[in-house]
Design a protein around this ligand. Structure first.
Ligand SMILES: [Zn+2]
Length: 219
């Protein structure tokens, strides 16, 4: 009996050693590069933070195109844009607000559709050059309070008129303050504002990234 249990123990240790070796071998062969996501890779914002509010306008017909042009509402961006946006949102959360998203990465085909309807470079980027949305470096956003209510920014999203401009002077000080708050924090996180659209922000380093027409998958 003693001999048998020693044999079992010996075999047990042997199995353990062999399995340890194989686990070690596997980890040595792991493609390390693939586990690190490149800063310019396209990622889904919701996989990096649950602190955002979404109202993806082009995944519904509630937009100036009056048609649903995205199959589903997802916010894809380059990882570096996601990182900067999360840092901005942290600052807003401390102040009692959250970022609400209207649009993120936009495939080039959608840009072409928009240009056909509004061929005005003040409001829609010419698809021949591609917009920062097509590069995964732009977001259309506003702020919501603790009850999820949007802060008054003076106009709705995608309002094509001078009232949407940061420089429009005839708004109340409250509206001006709201816009200023949004711009101040976003600029601190390396985003540029766009004069004719209070909701639009470009990550400064996104201009060098390639335009994309990749579509995201919907369940
Ligand atoms: Zn935009």
């Amino acid at each position: 009996m003693i001999f048998q249990s020693k044999l079992v123990l010996f075999l047990g240790i042997l199995v353990l050693l062999v399995s340890c070796k194989s686990i070690k071998g596997l980890s040595e062969n792991l493609p390390i590069k693939e586990t690190i996501v490149n800063d310019t890779a396209f990622v889904n914002l919701k996989e990096y933070s649950t602190d955002f509010v979404y109202d993806m306008k082009y995944a519904s017909s509630d937009n100036f195109l009056k048609s649903k042009v995205y199959d589903c509402a997802e916010c894809f961006l380059r990882l570096k844009t996601v990182k900067a946006l999360i840092e901005a949102n942290k600052i807003f959360i401390k102040k009692g607000y959250k970022i609400k998203l209207f649009d993120c990465y936009r495939p080039l085909d959608i840009q072409k559709k928009m240009w056909k309807i509004v061929p005005n470079p003040i409001y829609v980027a010419n698809p021949s050059k591609g917009s920062i949305h097509n590069r995964g470096g732009a977001v259309d956003i506003t702020l919501v309070d603790k009850n999820g209510k949007e802060l008054d920014m003076g106009t709705t999203f995608d309002f094509f008129g001078i009232e949407a401009s940061h420089n429009y002077p005839n708004f109340s000080s409250k509206i001006k303050r709201n816009r200023k708050l949004l711009r101040k924090v976003m600029m601190k996180q390396n985003f540029n504002s766009f004069d004719s659209e209070w909701w639009h922000y470009n990550l400064k380093s996104a201009l060098n990234d390639k335009v994309s027409n990749a579509k995201w998958k919907c369940d």
